[in-house]
Design a protein around this ligand. Sequence first.
Ligand code: PAF
Length: 287
Amino acid sequence: MIIVHEPAEVARAATGPITFVPTMGALHAGHASLVSLAAAGSGTVVVSVFVNPSQFGPGEDFGRYPRDLAADARLAERAGADILFAPTVETVYPVGFATTVDPGPIAMDLCGRTRPGHFAGVATVVTRLYGLVQPQRAIFGRKDYQQLVVLRQTAVDLALGVDVVGAPTVRDADGLALSSRNAFLSSDERSRALALPACLAAIAAAHHAGERDGTHLEAVGREHLAGLAVEYLELRAADRLGPWTPDRLGVALVAARVGTTRLIDNILLDPAQPGSALASAFPKEPS
Ligand code: PAF
């Protein structure tokens, strides 16, 4: 694997179609699974590491976001990356850069309610990175489900010629979804954070048992979130996050603050395979 900082170096080193894994660094096993998925195909795997200032709001954790390029490079290489692209802010946003990508109403929904501007920042940087890297395919984790929906829509609406692929969430053995922000949790907060997967497991179990009333499913999940600062717990249609009806693939999405750390998680609710294997894969709520 080579580490490069300029798009021209990516173009020089790549052979065949490019599969792209954009990241903000602080790589963990969840990112490794995305890179391994990318490496299972043919062509060149490019991983970018860029902590994008435009997707953080004032007072959010841009300043303290973990940064360790050497550790990221080791993990990316082990997972099968060919090129680690670590551009500077000046390369991504050169003087005079003025265009933004507005993903439309979805950007103000769910996470967008408390993070105005976040999804525009994500859609803008990812579109810009596509331009710099020229991938045929891009892989994103389903843990950031709304982001995945936004980026699918951006690629289709703007005819970017990039096939956007969503990859399953990777969890610790106790069910907590891997996230770079887990590093901010104290051990007590980490235990309390297990309420998120417990809430989703309870919803999936109730769905598996035949419950189809969305309000009731949400109430079942909410029982597990007592004591957390919940931003939202909602059931939506999985394709574009519109209203959910029981005949459609659904997704239960949760966002909550544990201490000062904001965590998100979700679970798919498949009417064809109710509850799927995920409900049993989740642990019980911590006692
Ligand atoms: O998911 C992330 O790490 C970021 O939002 C992304 C997609 C790399 C854009 O900065």
